[in-house]
Ligand binder design. Structure first.
Ligand SMILES: Nc1ncnc2c1ncn2[C@@H]1O[C@H](COP(=O)(O)OP(=O)(O)OP(=O)(O)O)[C@@H](O)[C@H]1O
Ligand SMILES: [Mg+2]
Length: 199
């Protein structure tokens, strides 16, 4: 094969291997288990927030590994989580009690760290399960806040999915008032009981 033909062939192979997602704020290119999130022009603030929160959360094991950043191109290179989104799981009737509880625990962790992820009431595409483990993606809108509401927002998602019901509301209210471990555990147990009934 001539040099030019070889190059064209390689380019074809590479391009077929590449997958692209289009978000509102970015384009995400997937190549060799890496996701490269390219922010749209002018979204420097979103870019730096994604980088800051992803870095901060690295030791906790529920976000993609951060590989590199290219600020001049607004690009973040991270691990591609090849799995099933929570939305898909829910629609296929495959969302199990342990999945729901592990997401709630991550929301509690974010609350404790005073990180408001934003949009936890509609995390359809932003929680991905791989090998039974939940990963949260997309931190570009996150903020530091004294009283974050990740757990309570996630609870409203559970209501929408009809995997929890309003009988748990009193525990949600108590948790959002106190935000302590005890009220979280009470809420967690109530959700767990509701999930067992629904299973
Ligand atoms: N690390 C990753 N692993 C797996 N899939 C990813 C990853 N990062 C992004 N994606 C995919 O790309 C899509 C867009 O990414 P993301 O949500 O971060 O972009 P966005 O521009 O902030 O979009 P949005 O409009 O949803 O806020 C995601 O819904 C997901 O399908
Ligand atoms: Mg986003």
């Amino acid at each position: 094969m001539g040099e030019l033909a070889k190059k064209l062939f390689e380019r074809k192979v590479n391009s077929t291997r590449m997958k692209t997602f289009r978000g509102k704020h970015s384009t995400v290119e997937v190549r060799d288990r890496r996701a490269i999130k390219k922010f749209k022009k002018g979204l420097e603030y979103n870019f730096w927030k994604e980088v800051a929160f992803l870095s901060y959360l690295q030791p906790h094991g529920f976000v993609p590994s951060l590989y590199s950043i290219r600020p001049e191109r607004l690009e973040v290179e991270m691990e591609f989580i090849d799995g099933v989104t929570i939305g898909e799981k829910a629609r296929n009737g495959e969302l199990e009690a342990k999945d729901v509880l592990s997401c709630m625990d991550i929301c509690r962790k974010l609350d404790e760290m005073m990180i408001q992820k934003e949009e936890m009431h509609m995390p359809d595409k932003h929680i991905i399960f791989r090998d039974g483990k939940a990963y949260f993606i997309d931190f570009e809108r996150s903020v530091i806040k004294k009283n974050p509401s990740n757990v309570t927002q996630f609870f409203s998602y559970l209501l929408k999915l009809k995997v929890a019901d309003l009988s748990i509301m009193e525990f949600v209210r108590e948790y959002s008032r106190k935000m302590d471990d005890e009220s979280y555990l009470r809420l967690r147990r109530a959700v767990e009981r509701a999930l067992i009934v629904l299973d």
